[in-house]
Ligand binder design. Structure first.
Ligand code: PGA
Length: 255
């Protein structure tokens, strides 16, 4: 396995924002800001109904298309759900799995996170698996324990060959949408812990190549410092991904 330096991946998570009409405009704005920028991968994870509209705009550009969730079954009586193959057929290449908002508001568990990650990987999608501690867990001094457990359970039964399509996003819950960012050192420390959990399970080479993103109030001002850290290979960006100029600055910081 090559030991080349890891690429950086900057992914926007638009969450439940943008109608298809608005999404087209935002995608055009993002493209205007990131075109010609090389040296990192750029992804926009958009609401399901925006996928066809955004796919049209990003086709043939450096921007890759992502979704925000995926169901774990291939098809069947699962009203309201979307399968990995449906996403693939709409040109989606990435999918966020286990975002803390899904864990918190929609009953997502470590078990369903694992099942969704497997479904995504089996369909050939790249899974951006989110993990992160809550504020009281950090205050109790169990951040490493919580995050390690989430990573181990999310990766249960995932074979080594599929690890090249796994990205892990460290998103401390207390930093999401709050304007409170982890310090560069706090973020790097936990991203390093994630890498060592992966190393224990899959070996050093897989761990060395694993993309670990930071997410949680990453913005145009703090991105450069965070992205310069040893163990941080990109960002999962919420609020700032809705502002093309800011998102462009973050992409530049990753180059
Ligand atoms: P934020 O969201 O950048 O708005 O904090 C990040 C995320 O939830 O992925």
């Amino acid at each position: 396995m090559s030991t080349k330096k890891r690429r950086k991946v900057i992914a926007g998570n638009w969450k439940m924002n943008m109608t298809p009409t608005e999404a087209k405009e935002l995608a055009k704005g993002v493209y205007a800001q990131v075109k010609g920028k090389k040296g990192c991968d750029v992804v926009v994870c958009v609401p399901f109904v925006d996928i066809p509209a955004v796919a049209q705009i990003v086709k043939g550009t450096i921007i890759k298309l992502g979704a925000q969730n995926v169901h774990f079954e291939e098809k069947g009586a699962y009203t309201g759900e979307i399968s990995a193959n449906m996403l693939k057929d709409c040109s989606v290449q990435y999918v966020i799995v286990g975002h803390s908002e899904r864990r918190e508001y929609f009953g997502e568990t470590d078990e369903t996170v694992n099942k969704r990650a497997k479904a995504a990987l089996n369909a050939g999608l790249t899974a951006i698996i989110c993990v992160g501690e809550k504020l009281w867990e950090r205050e109790c001094g169990i951040t490493a324990e919580v995050v390690s457990r989430q990573v181990k359970l999310a990766l249960y039964d995932i074979p080594e060959e599929q690890m090249q399509n796994v990205i892990i996003a460290y998103e401390p819950v207390w930093a999401i949408g709050t304007g409170k960012t982890a310090t560069n050192e706090q973020a790097d420390e936990v991203c390093g812990i994630i890498r060592s959990v992966v190393s224990e399970k899959y070996g050093k080479q897989v761990a060395k190549q694993l993309i670990v993103q930071y997410g949680g109030s990453m913005n145009a001002k703090n991105a450069e410092g965070l992205l310069a850290m040893e163990n941080i290979d990109g960002g999962l960006i919420g609020g700032a991904s809705l502002k093309p100029a800011d998102f462009g600055v973050i992409v530049s910081a990753a180059q």
